[in-house]
Design a protein around this ligand. Structure first.
Ligand code: NDP
Ligand code: AKG
Length: 488
């Protein structure tokens, strides 16, 4: 059953009030399946940004003093409200950025689970007792919030990523200014509505939409901001890091990936094919954990390739709201152009396109950003399509003589987010776990697939080394006070 999703204008949420920007201008959010407007958000100015940061700054003391348990209760409340709106919010996500409805529902359900996980943190310890060398003293650590946290998110997981940043920020006692990606800001506004309805005190969560260069950059540069967390492109991430480091505030970045999958000669090839397709083409390949390079041992290369192409031919592409559609459109015109560009680069550099890569035309395809997933072979390690993050449904097949060479090829990029191996050999598994340069190491499983209770993040240029989600979030969103007490 489809819900009715209204096309309306969403305001900023500042100090618990929904307020329009003084600019009088809005940004239109477009459905990539048919180019229709699905809603409008504020094209905010520095004035609203300043109001939001000031509100968060004013709210931080009372919010910290409310205590962790009470803060957790508000997250439970938010989870229940989001759960009651799961169908509508998932449908909005599909309409706004194209992923299929089951994927959007799965992501929204994950958002609810993340809220409940961090709500539970409200009742967990916020420090440790440590023995002092002075037998008459009590020494312990106490976690304390950072203050005002800025949150900048991308469009590819418009529910899960904002929630996995906002929920721990709030439960550990920070106040928040959240700037979503413009391309998925309507979905983000609906998530914020759930927080708003839960009844957080004024100024605790603030939401400001607008361009990355004005609101995103202005947020990072704001003197009252105490920390910033960002997920998105490497180029913007690096400028976030520079600005934050220059001001001496804590920062956390999650950026790109060029995630490899290794298939060894003794792998279960049917399982490998299935998971490579899921990892490479689900969400139209627009995940930082998406599979983009598949390195196959020579003995099974031809059999694997044949099975992969056969399975890819069965993929149905269309509007993600339709039941029989497996892959939706690219999320935007810009993603669509990026896909087309990399297909041309691949061909021009001498890789062989053995499946897909075309823009789909005719009927509903003419109205949206639909492409056929692509598989290249004869990809050499130095080619652009073997090195740069494409963020689209493109897989590069690379042949390796043995496991050692496969791991060397896998590590031969600047990124290190996620990596998988398909094999039945325990020694190969152990070697892979030891040698692979990736934050997420997956055995006989697709390269994507993040679990909310486990640390998430990459090595090398994929992140700043810190981890999000699970207990790891506490490390970023808090500072430690070491307390030493002695009687007088
Ligand atoms: N690691 C990941 O999960 C993601 C990686 N990417 C990669 O980035 C490419 C481009 O996607 P895109 O959406 O443009 O990614 P961006 O990095 O440009 O956008 C991510 C977020 O940063 C904001 N932003 C943009 N410019 C600035 C700035 N100067 N200062 C502060 N914030 C800013 C954006 O706002 P606004 O939307 O208003 O521009 C958005 O909220 C993709 O093709 C993909 O390769 C993209 C998304 C997620
Ligand atoms: O694979 C996932 O579930 C999350 C990936 C992610 O964080 C991203 O693509 O930005």
């Amino acid at each position: 059953m489809k819900t009715v999703v209204e096309t309306k204008t969403y305001n900023n949420f500042i100090n618990n009030e929904w307020i329009a920007s003084v600019s009088g201008e809005v940004i239109t959010s477009i459905n990539p399946a048919n180019k229709e407007a699905i809603g409008y958000v504020q094209k905010s100015t520095e004035e609203e940004l300043n109001q939001a940061v000031e509100a968060a700054h004013q709210a931080k003391k009372a919010w910290r003093k409310l205590g962790q348990a009470a803060r957790g209760q508000l997250l439970f409340q938010t989870a229940n409200i989001l759960e009651s709106r799961i169908d509508e919010i998932a449908e909005t996500m599909t309409k706004e950025m194209g992923k299929t409805l089951p994927e959007a529902k799965g992501e929204t359900a994950r958002g609810i689970a993340i809220l409940r996980y961090y709500a539970g943190e409200g009742m967990r310890k916020d420090g440790d007792v440590i023995p002092s060398t002075d037998k008459d003293a009590l020494m312990f650590t106490k976690r304390t919030p950072l203050g005002v946290v800025g949150i900048i998110t991308p469009w590819n997981f418009p529910v899960a990523i904002p929630i996995w940043k906002i929920a721990p920020a709030l439960v550990y006692g920070n106040t928040v200014v959240f700037k979503p990606a413009s391309e998925a800001a309507v979905t983000a506004a609906k998530v914020v509505e759930c927080f708003a309805e839960a009844g957080f005190p004024e100024g605790v969560l603030n939401f400001v939409t607008g361009s990355g260069s004005v609101i995103g950059q202005g947020l990072i540069d704001h003197p009252k901001l105490n920390a910033i967390t960002f997920t998105g492109s490497e180029s913007v991430g690096q400028s976030v890091a520079k600005a934050a480091a220059a001001r001496g505030i804590k920062f956390q970045l999650e950026m790109g990936g060029k995630n490899p999958v290794i298939v060894t000669k003794n792998a279960n090839l049917d399982q490998a094919v299935n998971e490579v397709i899921n990892g490479g083409f689900r969400s139209s390949g627009q995940k930082c954990t998406a599979t983009s390079r598949v390195i196959v041992e020579s003995e099974v290369y031809h059999e694997f390739k044949q099975k992969l192409v056969e399975a890819s031919e069965k993929i149905t592409v269309g509007n993600g709201l339709e039941e029989d559609v497996w892959m939706g459109p690219c999320a935007s015109e810009s993603q669509f152009n990026t896909f087309k560009n990399y297909i041309e680069i691949g061909k021009n550099e001498g890789a062989r396109l053995i499946h897909g890569g075309e823009v789909l035309t005719g009927g509903e395809y003419d109205n949206g950003f639909f492409v056929q997933p692509a598989i290249f072979e004869e990809v050499s390690p130095d080619m652009t399509i073997a090195q740069e993050e494409i963020f689209g449904p493109v897989i590069a097949l690379i042949r390796a003589a043995n496991l050692e060479e496969a791991i060397e090829l896998a590590n031969n990029t600047k990124y290190g987010l996620s990596a998988s191996i398909f094999t039945t050999d325990i020694s190969s598994i152990l070697e892979f776990i030891d040698e692979i340069e990736a934050g997420l190491v997956r055995i006989n499983a697709e390269s994507a697939g993040v679990e909310l209770q486990a640390p998430f993040g990459g090595m090398k240029a994929s992140s700043t080394g810190s981890r999000e989600q699970g207990e790891a979030a506490k490390e970023f969103y808090t500072a430690i006070k070491t307390v030493f007490i002695k009687g007088s």
